[in-house]
Design a protein around this ligand. Structure first.
Ligand code: TMP
Length: 212
């Protein structure tokens, strides 16, 4: 490697935890402190695969459950060459949702094992840090109604949360669980500290492979 690579930083959490706000604030703060950073999000609704997913989430179309799971995964894989290029250029990527959402949401459906759900994402670039924004369902409810997209249903989100908890037990990943009930600024400060440490640690390491 000719230059220090960037870090892959993923933000996960149930809906309403404030992931998108925090991703944006983190990218801005990293840039201001002289660390190149860019935001990405999954699903990336701009690609052809992303448009199929978006129509499904907006309930404009129906897709078979296995099929949509594989589309979410394919939507990550199609961005892998770009992700690797950016990381190798020294740009840290701050990613709003990744394979963990993929597994948590599909395995919350009846008949899907965690293992089956993980398989298509095995070998993706491995995050150097996974920040999980933890929010109690009662707190999430206080933040207003869910939207109208598929999956934005309280009971389903509770099962999703349980699946995330199973994934967090994996010691091969750098999970950091953060209390999202804090103020936006306090949460940001905590996220920034974890991210700076991860960026320093990742600098001289090769990009890993997820779940391998
Ligand atoms: P968004 O609101 O952050 O755009 O997320 C879209 C929805 O898609 C959200 O309910 C989580 C869900 N999802 C999956 O089911 N599988 C995935 O792989 C990802 C990334 C998101």
């Amino acid at each position: 490697m000719s230059c220090r690579r960037g870090a892959l930083i993923v933000l996960e959490g149930v809906d309403k935890a404030g992931k998108t706000t925090q991703c944006k604030k983190l990218v801005q703060a990293l840039k201001e402190s002289g660390r190149p950073a860019e935001m990405m999000r999954f699903p990336d609704r701009t690609t052809k695969i992303g448009q199929l997913i978006s129509a499904y989430l907006e309930k404009k179309s129906n897709l078979e459950d296995h099929t949509v799971h594989l589309l979410f995964s394919a939507n990550r894989w199609e961005l892998v060459p770009l992700m690797k290029e950016k990381l190798e250029q020294g740009i840290s990527l701050v990613v709003d949702r990744y394979a963990f959402s993929g597994v948590a949401f599909t395995s919350a459906k009846p008949g899907f094992s965690l293992d089956w759900c993980m398989n298509p994402d095995v070998g993706l670039p491995k995050p150097d840090l996974v920040l999980f924004l933890q929010l109690h369902p009662a707190e999430a409810a206080q933040r207003g109604e869910f939207g109208t997209e598929r999956y934005e249903v309280g009971d389903f989100q509770k099962i999703v949360m349980q699946k995330f908890e199973l994934l967090m037990k994996d010691p091969s990943l750098n999970w950091q669980v953060i209390d999202a009930a804090k103020s936006i600024e306090d949460l940001h400060a905590e996220i920034k500290t974890h991210s700076e440490t991860a960026i320093t640690m990742a600098e001289n390491q090769p990009i890993g492979e997820l779940w391998k």
